[in-house]
Design a protein around this ligand. Structure first.
Ligand code: SF4
Length: 696
């Protein structure tokens, strides 16, 4: 019926973590148009991706039959464009038998530690839950991770340590009640565009917006204070603010700290030397501006901090977030509406995938793998033994693959052959695997290196729940039929599990959700039928008649004694600062029109027409100094690789800096990036490395 009908379906957008609710207009099995619904996170608004970015599902390159690699086909990371000829079509029985059989053989020969799985922050909560369970029980290790490791892993590490919860403390809509908004290392106008409209409206209604970023981003136009700091100097900047608040002007909320916070003396001692004058030399922001920001934030009745990957994607990402947490705690700016800490989540379901346990050191609901009691609880729930050692993370898994220690992988909906840092090394790891199974919509750069490719379901073709940046669990509903012989991801994961020896009989999303809800106490008050009825419910939600807690920590923190923990951070700077051979600083990120590795948006007709080719943004004076006109071809090189793109002037950059999006396969920016890791969050330093630049 879906193939013929003219139909309207209410669902959620498949792109960013804002989680806009959207009505899909479908005719004869194709998306005609979309409109924004009055969802709690979007209030009828959609950005260009939600409006014009959904036709990727109909793209002619969509996989509609399973593929298996031909016996003598190469696995050549340098020739990915010709990859379709390396495969033949197969039926599902053969493909699943080969896919699961190859993994089972490696498990028998080398043990479960030789296998790993990447799930997806674009899949539903139910898919994430089932996939992590497959790896933990079917492979027998905790080597399961997803793109949160490349996104907010450092934020989550610092938040769990400092305030006992890795999710946002307050929701976006509350910015309209804040007096001050401190936005750092985030470009919501491109990456969370509808959230950006809430911030802009708040600023225009009188809130003081402070924007701190090495690149002057569009929201700076609405800001009262703009701090364009040196890349990698975040801790120096934030320690200067803490110094002013604690040592110069005593803007500390002493009652709040006494009642709720540990570690104040150690923090005060650590930031004592961090005078604005000393830190100004490191972060390149005038001392008086640092003082003005500290006063403005600390004196506000309600101030919220929001950040993005400009903060988290550093070798000191966890330290950056520790310093942000300290700002909120010492000033008592948390636990009330319009205050708090909001790490803007990237993908539509990166929050939910993490909650569901798609991470190597945590079971569902953030129960630590290393905690024997937590393991016993899940062993009872799942009726099987669990390994005691936490697993490897994304970059560590591909490192281990390159060394020949990880021999088999199952990757669902992730594209590490485009998204990982130091891509040549990551692709070498994927190509070296004895057996790689990829489940996806297209023959992505990662799928090109697979032994078996399983054609999956797109967001608009399935039923499932998704959790947005605001901790809202929302229902995605199917608007389209599956093309050809593509199958539901839940069905594929279940079949793979059965062939790996798991006695699984799951019958759809609602049943998997119910099991997941039993494992995650925060979802207690959100049964499936409530999601069907209400469409969106905030967690933690203790009872079915409870609206869910939009504001966290009103009554203390989920840590011993209900007290938060301050952890001092010291400026270390970037792992690879510019030098004589590589004098430029390369920053990477996203464009408004393209999402992550481009697998979807580059196959969306309007979005690809808007931004069709690789670009490198440079300060106009740098372009002029090189004698280049806008649009000239430039080669950007680092110690790891080189790519060619068209130069585009951006006066928002500081001189000597290059910004490149990582969505273009023909000029993959991650061939250039550095795989040095943050020691706590294990996140790579995407946001800063040394580069050389020359006319192509
Ligand atoms: Fe989709 Fe995010 Fe745009 Fe909303 S803001 S339409 S969720 S991409």
């Amino acid at each position: 019926a879906l193939r013929q009908a003219k139909a309207l379906t209410d669902s959620v957008c498949p792109y960013c973590g804002v989680g806009c609710q959207v009505r899909i207009h479908v005719h004869a099995g194709r998306v005609l148009r979309t409109e924004g619904l009055d969802g709690p996170s979007n209030r009828r608004r959609l950005c260009v991706k939600g409006r014009f970015g959904l036709d990727y599902v109909h793209h002619p390159e969509r996989l509609t039959r399973p593929l298996v690699r031909l016996p003598d086909a190469p696995k050549d990371p340098d020739r990915l464009d010709g990859a379709r000829t390396w495969f033949r079509e197969a039926d599902w029985d053969e493909a699943l038998a080969r896919a699961a059989g190859g993994l089972a053989a490696l498990r028998a020969r080398h043990g479960g530690g030789a296998l790993a799985g990447f799930g997806s922050a674009k899949g539903s909560n139910e898919e994430a839950y089932l996939f992590q369970k497959l790896v933990r029980l079917g492979f027998g290790s905790h080597n399961v991770d997803h793109c949160t490791r490349l996104c907010h892993a450092s934020s989550v590490a610092a938040l769990l340590e400092g305030i006992g919860s890795g999710a946002v403390s307050n929701q976006i809509e509350e910015v309209l009640e804040s007096e001050v908004l401190f936005l750092i290392g985030a470009n919501p106008a491109a990456n969370h565009p509808v959230a950006a409209t809430f911030l802009r409206n708040a600023a225009r209604a009188g809130a003081t917006l402070i924007v701190a970023d090495p690149r002057r981003t569009p929201l700076a136009r609405d800001a009262r204070l703009v701090l364009q700091f040196r890349p990698g100097s975040d801790v120096a900047l934030l320690d200067a603010l803490l110094h002013v608040i604690i040592h110069e002007e005593d803007l500390v909320d002493h009652d709040f700290v006494r009642a709720r916070v540990d570690g104040f003396e150690a923090l005060a001692a650590a930031v004592a030397p961090c005078t604005p004058e000393r830190m100004a030399a490191l972060c390149d922001v005038p001392a008086d501006t640092l003082r003005a920001v500290a006063r403005t934030y600390a004196r506000a009745r309600r101030a919220m901090i929001l950040w993005g990957m400009g903060v988290s994607q550093h070798t000191h990402g966890t330290d950056n977030v520790r310093a942000l947490i300290a700002l909120a705690l010492v000033t008592g700016q948390i636990g009330r509406r319009g205050t708090g800490l909001h790490p803007l989540r990237g993908q539509n379901n990166v929050q939910g995938a993490s909650d569901a346990g798609l991470i190597p050191m945590m079971l569902p609901g953030y129960a630590p793998v290393a905690d024997a009691e937590a393991r016993v609880r899940f062993e009872r729930l799942w009726g099987a033994r669990l390994a005691a050692e936490p697993g490897l993370t994304v970059v560590e898994i591909l490192d281990a693959a390159a060394r020949g220690e990880i021999r088999g992988m199952y990757i669902v909906g992730e594209n590490p052959a485009m998204s990982d840092p130091n891509l040549a090394h990551a692709r070498e790891g994927l190509a070296r695997l004895d057996h790689l199974v990829v489940q996806d919509l297209f023959l992505t750069e990662t799928a090109a290196l697979a032994d078996v490719v399983l054609p999956a379901s797109a967001h608009l073709e399935k039923l499932g729940s998704y959790t947005n940046t605001d901790r809202r669990v929302q229902l995605g509903r199917p608007a389209l039929p599956l093309p050809g012989e593509a199958r539901q991801d839940l069905w594929i994961i279940t079949e793979m599990g059965r062939r790996l020896g798991l006695p699984w009989t799951h019958r759809g999303a609602a049943e998997v959700y119910d099991e997941m809800r039993a494992a995650i106490p925060a979802l207690a008050g959100i049964p499936w039928r409530r999601l069907e009825r209400e469409g969106a419910v905030t967690y933690p939600c203790p009872r079915e008649d409870h609206p869910g807690h939009g504001v966290l920590f009103a009554d203390g923190f989920p840590l011993p004694g209900g007290r938060a923990r301050l952890v001092p951070a010291t400026h270390r700077g970037p792992a690879e600062p510019p030098d004589r051979a590589y004098p430029w600083t390369l920053l990477t990120g996203r464009l408004l029109e393209h999402w992550h590795t481009g697998a979807m948006t580059r196959r969306a007709a309007v979005l690809d027409a808007l931004e069709p080719e690789p670009v490198a943004f440079l300060h106009p004076e740098d372009l002029a100094a090189l004698g280049l006109a806008p649009g000239a071809a430039v080669t950007v090189a680092t110690r790891r690789g080189r790519v060619t793109a068209r130069a585009r002037p951006d006066p928002g950059l500081r001189r000597g800096e290059i910004f490149m999006p990582f969505c273009y396969r023909e000029a993959a920016a991650n061939l250039l990036t550095l795989d040095a890791l943050d020691p706590w969050g294990r996140i790579p330093e995407f946001k800063c490395c040394a580069a050389a630049l020359a006319p192509a």
